[in-house]
Design a protein around this ligand. Structure first.
Ligand code: ASP
Ligand code: MG
Length: 451
């Protein structure tokens, strides 16, 4: 058994759904559970419909509903024609749009949007896409069966960010999904959507369908989870910045997690943790190029000194100096409490005996932060800095790698260095306008073109 999850762009229109159908067909022998996102952009539109309705802008909200209706019906008719199968699906989808329009009207009367009603609206995207995909699979001869996400993805009642309940999910998945798979059917379920144990619709938070795929995979003890998206997999660097960035065929989960903090948008590793932790490999594939080899994420991929280079700009460095820190204790606690009070997360830290340097990404609360920190010592701020990082599980094993990194940077000025314990991430603070150059130099040193 495997889980095959299609993201929004991989079911975004008729052509994408045809490709997804072929991908599923090629995997029937492995008994796939298919998890689908909403058609690309749908969730955003649904959220803005809810927002407009709440503000009383009913005409705008209903226009949004009609836009979604037209789009879904147009793709459905391209895929299924307008007779029989096509007409049935059109009727089912239309009923959901009528329901959406009534919800929007009710909200505009109430003028108040609760997280619970927001989830009722946001979940419609996956209800629509799963319905459509089942109909297309069946029309193409694949014995697909719709599974209602609310019957299997049991969560708590934290609407808009509901917490899945793994034991109940495992029980429901074994009871409902496994027999379908064993009988040769291909179950299809919407990602992102769940329900409380009393049946009220919830969602897992944005991007939640990867999380759904991982939870179902864990519940079934699947052999593999495939995440089909619109990029080839994880790359050695952002290809918009670095020429010659290449695919990472295998990456360790902890390396992927480090890269996620740099906004590597492919997927957020924490969402696949439930599966990877119990040894289920997760693959990322490009549904536009299904022949590609993709990226395999596991707990125990080989330890390479450097797997990828990442970077970001707009980082601020805060430095606190005070002789009082010498041989004192509790000092760090006081500093970090101030960051906590000002809701600012610290990214990289380096300390000496009398100073602490910390970087932050988000300077929204900088004024309050500085005011409070000044009570502890001399504070200085350097804005417009940037970070480049080498990520590799074997980085800490080899001093030569660190020497190579510093040598490759040449005359790029380094303001701070931090090697995470365990040595998976070597972070270098540089000037913001040197981030791209630093990334290019590091990449060509560690991933030379001829390699
Ligand atoms: N459709 C949802 C979203 O856009 C969930 C997902 O695609 O993962 O956030
Ligand atoms: Mg998505």
């Amino acid at each position: 058994m495997i889980v095959v999850k299609f993201g929004g762009t991989s079911v975004g229109d008729a052509a994408a759904i045809e490709r997804a159908t072929d991908i599923v067909r090629g995997r029937l022998a492995r008994q796939p559970l298919v998890v689908v996102s909403a058609l690309a952009g749908t969730t955003n539109t649904l959220l803005s419909i809810a927002e407009q309705a709440e503000k009383g802008q009913l005409i705008g909200a209903l226009r949004g509903v009609e836009g979604l209706r037209e789009r879904h019906l147009a793709e459905a008719s391209k895929l299924l024609g307008d007779r029989e199968a096509g007409a049935d699906v059109a009727a089912d989808l239309s009923a959901m749009f009528d329901e959406l329009a009534s919800l929007a009207e009710a909200l505009s009367v109430l003028g108040h949007l609760t997280p619970r009603s927001l989830d009722a609206i946001a979940s419609i995207g996956e209800r629509l896409s799963s319905h459509l995909v089942v109909a297309v699979l069946c029309a193409r001869g694949i014995p697909a069966q719709l599974v209602d996400a609310g019957d299997v993805m049991i969560t708590d009642n934290h609407f808009t960010r509901a917490e899945p309940q793994p034991e109940m999910i495992a029980e429901a998945t074994q009871r409902i999904v496994r027999p379908l798979l064993e009988s040769g059917a291909t179950p299809v379920v919407g990602g992102f959507v769940g329900a409380t144990s009393t049946g009220v619709t919830t969602t897992l938070g944005r991007g939640g369908s990867d999380y759904s795929a991982a939870l179902f995979g864990a519940a079934l003890r699947a052999e593999a989870i495939e995440i089909w998206t619109d990029v080839d997999g994880m790359l050695t660097a952002d290809p918009r910045v670095v020429d010659g960035a290449r695919l990472i065929e295998q990456i360790r989960f902890d390396e992927a997690s480090e890269l996620a903090s740099f906004g590597a948008k492919v997927l957020h590793p924490s969402t696949i943790a439930p599966a990877v932790k119990i040894g289920i490999p997760v693959y990322i594939y490009n549904s536009r190029r299904p022949e590609g080899c993709g990226t395999r994420i596991t707990f125990d991929a080989p330890r390479r000194p450097v797997s990828a280079i990442a970077g970001k700009r707009d980082v601020a460095l805060i430095r606190i100096r005070t002789p009082r820190m010498l041989l004192a204790h509790g000092f760090m606690r006081r500093i970090f409490e101030i960051f906590d009070d000002n809701r600012t997360s610290v990214d990289v830290v380096a300390t000496s005996e009398v100073s602490v340097s910390m970087t932050i990404d988000d300077a929204t609360h900088l004024d309050g932060l500085l005011g409070a920190l000044m009570a502890l010592g001399d504070v200085s701020v350097e804005r417009n800095r940037g970070i480049v990082a080498l990520v590799g599980a074997g980085l800490g094993d080899s001093t030569a790698t660190m020497a190579q990194a510093l040598a490759a940077l040449g005359n790029v000025k380094v303001h701070m260095v931090s090697l995470s314990s365990g040595g998976i991430n070597l972070t270098l603070l540089v000037d913001g306008d040197q981030v791209l150059e630093a990334m290019r130099r590091l990449h060509s040193s560690f991933f030379p073109v001829s390699q």
